[in-house]
Design a binder for this molecule. Structure first.
Ligand SMILES: C[S@@+](CC[C@H](N)C(=O)[O-])C[C@H]1O[C@@H](n2cnc3c(N)ncnc32)[C@H](O)[C@@H]1O
Length: 144
């Protein structure tokens, strides 16, 4: 996973500024490559300013509640960034459905990602797509 998720993670993280004093929580960290990378950037972390979630939100049992829990632990003005190498691009994407269904994974489209961040209480929401690769990156902030 560390190897196969490396490119999508690097692409997604380019959409946020990571400062030296940020304290960062990586939800669903897997093999830990993202944490290693972030720890090198945020050497003097003090407040929970950024939550990253790479290739993991598909498995969260209650997306709105789980995003609200992330919102709860973030400092006001803190950021959640969700990065995924797969998302729903059309109403009916047969191949993707075949993969996602047995895993009981959630497969959201762009507007559904935006709605999820908004329903959970995030503001300043931005959704980025890398359409040629099929990657998505959602960013939201905890209101100040
Ligand atoms: C496909 S791996 C991605 C790992 C890592 N973020 C990466 O990019 O390599 C999915 C991760 O989600 C975690 N996970 C599964 N169910 C979860 C849940 N309900 N809440 C939080 N994390 C979960 C797994 O333990 C695993 O680390």
């Amino acid at each position: 996973m560390n190897m196969s998720h490396s490119s999508v993670t690097d692409w997604g993280l380019k959409h946020v500024e990571i400062e030296e004093h940020f304290t960062i929580l990586d939800v669903g960290c897997g093999g830990g490559r993202t944490i290693e990378k972030l720890a090198a950037l945020a050497r003097r972390g003090m407040v929970l300013k950024l939550v990253t979630a790479v290739e993991t939100q598909y498995y969260w049992p209650d997306l709105v509640k789980d995003m609200q829990e992330i919102l709860r632990v973030l400092k006001p003005g803190g950021t959640l960034i969700v990065i995924a190498e797969s998302y729903k691009k059309r109403a009916y994407d047969r191949r993707q459905r075949l993969v996602m269904k047995p895993l009981r994974s959630t497969n959201l489209g762009v507007n559904e990602h935006r709605e999820l961040f908004s329903t959970a209480g995030f503001t300043d929401i931005q959704i980025f797509e890398e359409r040629t690769k099929g990657w998505i990156c959602g960013i939201g902030k905890k209101p100040v």
